[in-house]
Design a protein around this ligand. Structure first.
Ligand SMILES: Cc1ncc(COP(=O)(O)O)c(C=O)c1O
Length: 426
């Protein structure tokens, strides 16, 4: 039995991602591992699950500049939020997306909660959204007493069906939250037109939408407000991380206040007031500079990361064409007016049973494939806090059929094996 020791070096538990991987593999393979007691703090049960798989579902990509930038933040001795790295990340977002103002947050969930405060959601106000989305899309508004009103999704993109929105509008409707699933844009022209005619606000949930466009416009630049995620499962990452994008300038000043615990601290730092004080509701939503330093390294490589992801996505798409022609699965559909960011490659199988069988079959071969959202309208909290408008047929059927395949930088050489395994199982 071999023995593998990971030592603690000058305060760093493990210095390279590969070390985590090696450790996780060693533990998984029941090798006798000698580990410094501090290493026991690493959540490696998660890593064991992922790396026990020969092909994990996700593997965070590091550009190589993260640690030098973190060292710079360390040397700057500015570790709290709103420092030089945060400014550079916000500049990148404002320049690339073209939003009026970008505010870095510690998650997309935080940005959505800020949006709910900003639009002043009152108890009983209704927010129209898809049910096929992440919990935070709805929870952010429920925290303010809002009522999520769930409508069905389109069968092609799995995005909110814009033709179902108008029927869900009542005198209590305050906003629409389109979610750009898999980084493919919702039908934003139609949604913005409905909002304008009914005097509603639009908050884009662009958690998965960095570097994607709709009719040439970046996702996150179209609604009054937008929220983006830099969670480690996204294309551009900082572990946890996110941003609130403000397109309607009238929300910009209050957004800064909400970000900073309800104080006018940002104005104070710009010398616009001589002391800062509590002026509104808010919370602590900003990330520290170490996180921003990491994120900037990723943002600077966003073009090449997206290009490589798109190439992997195309590899899957080509390899699975024959299975689609044979009627064994359906591949993702990207409308011509949308440039997506290859956030995800999914297939739609014929039933829940087939999906279970395929997940198990792939697992036997060391390939980790996963399903996605459990529709919110069917969840205990969704039933308690929200309501459904109209039939939810596409949501119910497609959520059972959807299977996500591994997509991360480095999986290129495994795509053939994954698609061949899928073929053998169908
Ligand atoms: C559509 C959607 N909205 C919001 C979120 C929340 O993002 P975060 O984890 O950054 O809070 C996610 C996370 O995956 C998501 O998929």
């Amino acid at each position: 039995m071999s023995r593998f020791i990971v030592s603690r070096d000058r305060g760093h538990h493990v210095r390279r991602w590969e070390d985590y991987e090696t450790l996780a593999r060693a533990v998984f393979e029941h090798v006798n591992v000698g580990v410094h007691h501090d290493l026991l703090r690493i959540p490696y049960t998660h890593l064991i699950m992922e790396y026990g798989m020969k092909i994990p579902f996700n593997k965070p990509y590091m550009t190589g500049n993260e640690l030098p930038y973190i060292a710079q933040a360390h040397a700057n001795r500015h570790l709290a939020g709103n420092g030089a790295f945060t400014r550079r990340c916000c500049d990148w977002l404002e320049a690339g997306i073209g939003c009026h103002k970008a505010l870095l947050t510690h998650s997309c969930t935080a940005a959505l909660e800020m949006a709910a405060m900003l639009i002043d959601v009152q108890p009983g106000d209704e927010i129209i959204m898809p049910s096929y989305t992440f919990v935070s899309t709805a929870n952010a508004f429920v925290l303010r007493g809002g009522v999520p009103v769930f409508v069905d999704i389109r069968s092609d993109t799995l995005n909110i069906d814009e033709s179902k929105i108008e029927a869900a509008i009542t005198s209590r409707t305050k906003a629409i939250v389109p979610v750009h699933y898999a980084g493919v844009a919702c039908e934003m022209d139609a949604i913005m037109d409905i909002a304008r005619r009914h005097n509603l606000l639009v908050i884009e949930d662009a958690a998965q939408g960095v570097m994607s466009t709709y009719k040439g416009r970046p996702l996150g630049s179209i609604g009054h407000l937008a929220a983006m995620s830099f969670h480690e499962t996204k294309n551009i990452i900082s572990g946890e991380g996110g941003a609130l994008l403000v397109n309607a300038p009238e929300y910009a000043e209050r957004a800064e206040i909400i970000l900073e615990k309800g104080t006018n601290r940002s104005r104070f730092f710009r010398g616009q007031v001589d002391k800062y004080t509590w002026v509104d509701i808010g919370s602590s939503y900003l990330p520290g500079e170490l996180t921003a330093a990491f994120l900037l390294a990723q943002m600077e490589k966003a073009e090449s990361i997206t290009a490589r992801r798109l190439a992997i996505w195309e590899q899957y798409h080509e390899a699975l064409e024959s299975l689609e022609v044979a009627g064994k699965l359906r591949r993702p559909i990207v409308p011509l007016n949308c440039q997506h960011n290859a956030h995800m490659y999914y297939v739609l199988l014929d039933s829940l049973d087939t999906r279970k069988r395929v997940i198990d079959g792939l697992k036997q071969q060391g390939i980790n494939s996963v399903f996605h959202y459990v529709p919110l309208h069917a969840s205990p909290a969704g039933q308690k806090f929200g309501r459904v408008n109209g039939l939810m047929k596409n949501t119910e059927v497609l959520s059972d059929q959807l299977l996500r395949l591994p997509l991360w930088l480095g999986v290129e050489g495994e795509v053939k094996k994954i698609t061949a395994s899928l073929l053998a199982l169908l």
